[in-house]
Design a protein around this ligand. Structure first.
Ligand code: MG
Length: 164
């Protein structure tokens, strides 16, 4: 094993953070279903699937380093959203929080001169730029909506896989 015990603990915590993201986006998708906005729901289901992939990347890296993956109970996600805009804002806030998590991991990797983990994390640094950009785009689009028919137009666009 070439990575520190501290790093193993932090990377395991990030496995949980990424699965928490999966859970949070599923709750957002179900909230959109409740609002009958199925295009938005589709976008958030796809987002949730990506988070599962992220969690698995961290888990695989731990295993490649000969470390155990230890799963924790997930946080209960918020589900009592009232508006599409509220959900999109929560998604942006969530991605900013994950970006901070990744930056903290990168800071630790550099402090420990853990070059393998630093190289592994580089993908996530880039990915977070994309995640913050795509959720912010969605929030900006939803924020421009002033009439219900505009929301439905956006809805149609998202269900065809646009908006990312
Ligand atoms: Mg993620």
């Amino acid at each position: 094993m070439t990575i520190s015990k501290k790093m193993i603990g932090k990377l395991n915590a990030q496995v949980k953070n990424e699965f928490d993201s999966y859970w949070a986006y599923m709750a957002m998708a179900f909230s959109f279903e409740g609002m009958n906005l199925k295009g938005f729901a589709q976008w958030f289901y796809a987002q949730a699937e990506e988070e599962k992939v992220h969690a698995m990347k961290f888990a695989k890296y731990l295993m490649d380093q000969g470390a155990d993956v230890v799963l924790e109970a997930l946080d209960k996600p918020k589900s009592d959203y009232k508006t599409a805009k509220e959900i999109c804002q929560a998604a942006v806030n969530h991605e900013l929080k994950i970006t901070k998590d990744i930056n903290n991991l990168m800071t630790l990797a550099r402090a420990e001169k853990d070059f393998a983990t630093e190289a592994f994390l580089k993908w996530f640094v880039d990915e977070q730029v994309e995640e913050v950009a795509s959720t912010t785009d969605l929030l900006n689009m939803v924020s421009m909506v002033s009439k219900p028919e505009q929301l439905l137009m956006l809805e149609g666009r998202l269900s065809r896989g646009g908006g990312e």
